[in-house]
Design a protein around this ligand. Structure first.
Ligand SMILES: [Cu+2]
Length: 223
């Protein structure tokens, strides 16, 4: 009882913390910026213009994504817009979108690109991350990237600049498709393709689940 009260308290005190887009590097540090125009509440990119930060090289078949999550849970959407000055993030990289639980680091080693998206060496693009909480309020961050044949995904591991999820588990929000598939004796294959697409994320969830039990304790201690 005491622990859950502490968790609630800690959660409440972190509601202003939002999240960080650590990799690829966000256009602007929207948590630390003192510029009043910069706010994660601002669609589509927290008030940060294209090319206002670094442009990170990303592999031609999709790269890594690292978020620092500060809320107890959030829905996560990752979108891509092709071009150097993107105004429309019309390619979804999270289909279905994610339900991330935990206050920690979420790293997806490889965000898979949709099969019909054509990407060439040197193409510029931007990634938009949208998180959504229980009241429907969305938070935004963007990162500018350049697709490069020489780029690699982050290495798996604990070190600086490596990819490891800590205290965060990710599930896909695919309830409707799964339910429909389960009650439909004929089946139309949709469920199967959703499951196949989710393989990398499921692996991520498994890797993170060992530390999930520590999340509540960590919050209670006041981290
Ligand atoms: Cu917040």
């Amino acid at each position: 009882m005491q622990l859950s009260a502490l968790v609630l308290l800690t959660g409440a005190s972190l509601t202003a913390a939002h999240y960080s887009l650590d990799y690829p590097e966000w256009r602007v540090d929207s948590l630390g910026s003192e510029d009043e125009a910069i706010s994660q509440w601002n669609y589509p990119c927290a008030g940060a213009a294209p090319n206002s930060g670094n442009r990170t090289d990303w592999p031609l078949t999709g790269g890594s994504l690292t978020l620092g999550l500060h809320h107890p849970w959030t829905y996560v959407f990752v979108n891509l817009g092709m071009g150097s000055n993107v105004s429309s993030f019309n390619v979804s990289l999270t289909d279905p979108f994610w339900n991330a639980t935990g206050n920690g680091t979420l790293c997806a080693q490889k965000m898979t690109l949709p099969p019909h998206l054509e990407v060439s060496d040197g193409d510029e693009a931007s990634i938009q991350v949208v998180t959504l909480g229980e009241t429907g309020n969305a938070l935004y961050n963007c990162a500018d990237i350049r697709f490069s044949a020489d780029a690699a995904v982050l290495e798996e591991g604990d070190g600086e600049g490596m990819c490891k999820s800590v205290n965060v588990t990710v599930g896909e929000v695919a309830g409707a498709a799964a339910a429909a598939n389960g009650t439909d004796a004929g089946g139309d294959g949709d469920g199967a393709s959703a499951a196949a697409a989710g393989l990398s994320v499921n692996a991520l969830a498994t890797a993170g689940s060992a530390v999930l039990a520590m999340v509540a304790v960590g919050c209670g201690v006041g981290l």
